[in-house]
Design a protein around this ligand. Structure first.
Ligand code: IMP
Length: 204
């Protein structure tokens, strides 16, 4: 039987990226929707790690299962790391098209377009043991919004230095190979394999 992990997020794009990453392993990810859990944990921490832990703990109080939470965001050098931990809360009532336009407006005067995404993943087991995994990926803020339909959030304004294209033009598999979340997930995968909680599904 597959090992079950609850994903402490309502963000369907993140769920899809994580499920795709682990598709060849004996693990099933349950979402808050699957469990009919209506939770929106407050992200009051000052770091990605603190916020990931807040989310994992909030969900863990309601389920007797292993929980993982990801807190992530975009950090722009010329804006001193903004929006960082505020990536989702900043202009919360606006669409990402509007948020991305506002970033491009703020960046208008800046020559330095360097930026990075960071993801902090926390795994919290039912017996309360926990582990943290962090991944980053670097790139540049584009001059225009890319309108390719892939991706979510700030993907349309993030040009990946490693993929040499905006994240919005990458498939989920491609993005997972070098993304912040993919890199944190690779460390999580190794931990789950080391603990023999999951294994690779054998090809028939
Ligand atoms: P969180 O759900 O509080 O971790 O929100 C993170 C926010 O950062 C997301 O809502 C997005 O705005 C942004 N973000 C994090 N990872 C990505 C990504 O891979 N692509 C685009 N935006 C991202």
């Amino acid at each position: 039987m597959n090992y079950e992990i609850v994903l402490a997020t309502n963000n369907q794009a993140k769920v899809q990226e994580i499920r795709t990453f682990f598709k060849d392993y004996t693990v099933t990810f349950l979402t808050l929707d699957d469990l009919k859990l209506k939770l929106k944990p407050k992200e009051t921490g000052r770091t990605f790690l603190e916020n990931a832990l807040l989310k994992a703990k909030a969900v863990s109080q309601h389920v007797n299962k292993t929980v993982i939470a990801d807190d992530s965001g975009l950090q722009i050098d010329a804006l001193q790391g903004f929006p960082g931990v505020y990536s989702s809360r900043w202009l919360e009532d606006k669409t990402y098209e509007e948020k991305n336009k506002e970033i491009l407006r703020l960046m208008h005067v800046h020559k330095n377009r360097k930026a990075q995404f960071t993801s902090a993943i926390v795994i919290l087991y039912p017996h309360k043991e926990m582990r943290f995994f962090v991944g980053t990926t670097i790139g540049k803020i584009t001059r225009d919004i890319d309108h390719h339909p892939n991706g979510f959030g700030y993907d349309p304004i993030f040009f990946s230095d490693e993929l040499m294209k905006p994240f919005s033009q990458a498939s989920i598999e491609e993005k997972n190979t070098i993304s912040h979340r993919g890199r944190a997930a690779a460390k999580l995968l190794q931990c789950l394999l080391d603990k023999r909680l999951i294994t690779k599904i054998k090809a028939r």
